[in-house]
Design a protein around this ligand. Structure first.
Ligand code: 6PG
Length: 245
């Protein structure tokens, strides 16, 4: 597994760098008329990234080469303040006037098990395949303080080796149903990009990056089989890394 760590001064600088990376890749793919499959993560950290896309890259006509997916979604309606889809739509998709046919949200308002099946079928239809699993070009992930990624929580070990593309999980505290990509699908991506900010993530970042073998958190299972794993950090979230010392 190829791993690249990029440390920015702060969340805004990191968001600008992540957005610039995505824009470059879209431009590269458009030159060969190749479509790009991108899965956005939820949570608060990527909101600035979405805003940078909506403010600084809204006029990029090449977004038409991108199929937009989500790494996970809360089982709530699309206009719910908790919706991961709503966060991206308001900050970026509406501003950049992205065509509906290229937006593949998870229908959080549907029956979770039926929706996991439906969304899996949509992913299969629109992505390439390797080892019997879909290959996303880019999957973005946040990182929970407990080491969860997407909606794969430490209590959800069964998701680590699921043969499914998507599974229904449950938030350990709120019991809220979630739909999430599984670890094998995430590890089948060409690029997996963590976007992590804040001093409250420093411990888990250090544990995973520097003591990978001593932890069995979901994030420690993220090891792309043939792709590259990027860790975009700000100084706060990277503050306990020895290499910074
Ligand atoms: C979600 C995300 C979740 C998130 C982490 C980090 O749907 O909430 O998929 O995995 O990325 O909990 O969240 P913050 O960025 O808010 O710290």
């Amino acid at each position: 597994m190829k791993r690249i760590i990029r440390i920015s001064k702060d969340l805004y600088e990191m968001s600008q760098e992540v957005a610039a990376d995505l824009s470059r890749q879209v431009n590269d793919f458009s030159r060969i008329k190749r479509r790009l499959s991108v899965a956005f993560s939820g949570g608060n950290t990527p909101r600035q990234f979405f805003s940078v896309l909506g403010n600084d890259y809204r006029t990029n006509t090449l977004w038409k080469y991108v199929d937009f997916f989500w790494s996970d979604e809360k089982c709530v309606p699309p206009d719910d303040p908790e919706s991961n889809y709503r966060a991206v739509r308001e900050a970026f998709l509406d501003k950049a006037d992205i065509e509906e046919k290229n937006i593949h949200r998870i229908f959080g308002e549907n029956n979770p098990w039926e929706e996991a099946e439906r969304y899996s079928g949509e992913i299969r239809r629109l992505t390439s395949e390797m080892f019997g699993l879909p290959v996303f070009d880019i999957i973005y992930l946040g990182l929970g303080e407990d080491g969860h990624v997407a909606s794969i929580f430490p209590e959800n070990n069964h998701l680590f080796n699921s043969v499914r593309i998507c599974e229904v999980s449950e938030h350990p505290a709120t019991r809220q149903k979630r739909i999430t990509l599984t670890v094998p699908v995430i590890n089948n991506a060409k690029k997996v990009i963590f976007i992590i900010s804040g001093r409250n993530k420093a411990e888990i970042v250090s544990e995973i990056l520097e003591n990978q073998d001593s932890t069995d958190s979901p994030a420690s299972k993220i090891k792309p089989l043939f792709g590259t794993l990027y860790w975009y950090l700000d100084l706060d979230s990277a503050s306990l890394l020895n290499q910074l010392a």
